[in-house]
Design a protein around this ligand. Sequence first.
Ligand SMILES: [Zn+2]
Length: 277
Amino acid sequence: MMDKRLLNLHKYQLVLLIFLLIALCACTKPKTHPPSLSATHKTEAHKTTPVLEQVKSASLTPASASETIGGKMLYLTFDADMTRKMLKKEKEHKIDKWYSPGLVDYLIQNKIPSTIFSTGMFAEDYPELISKMSSSGLFAIENHTYDHAAFESPCYGLAVLSTDEQKHKEISKTSEIISKLTGHTPTILRHPGLCHNQHDDQLAKEIGLEISDSGTISGDSFIKDSKIVAANILKGAGNNPVIIMHLGGPNAPATEEAVKIAVPKLRAMGYVFGKMQ
Ligand SMILES: [Zn+2]
């Protein structure tokens, strides 16, 4: 009997011991937040990360850094056409301007280096504009012949030059006009309509000019839908660093808006802009 009572007492002590152990374990266990609270804290912490820190960490990713340093360079080029018919229309007040002032302002305000291929007649018609663009340091003013006549036929219905003497005069006269206005003698020639042959290339080289006829055709002549032109620019940027456009005006009515659509996207893609020289 005695032994049995002693055994029961041990049983009570064992139960008490287990109870004490459980209580002790519960007190020393690390406290955790309920799942919902933890989630809330995580979200709040993310929300309150300083914006500057977020920008820093984003811009320091290797891809962004290499793109900026590598400089995916693009050359925006704008042809400033002027034919005798166009000048006549302007003198008769049938049109206001043969370029878009808003496009020029946008390029200057956003510090976008560009290249203007100006005809001699355009430079004579807008001497202050050419001087202003050149003195801004953002623009290279290059040669697009004097009156936009074609060097080779057929060429989009343009009047055609027939002799080397005429062609020589078209180029040299324009270089003289631009040189007087800007203090810089053009070193690059773009033929009207990109129409030229090997003999024309040789002629230009003898005068000291290189040819620029390769690039992405923006297709901005006469088209009114800026989204189409912008898409052409964005699509072509990866294939050729030169983008061929016009300086707006009635013959390129979508160019200004297309540039405003495309440039921010190109910059976001890591492209930087330069002028041809
Ligand atoms: Zn042209």
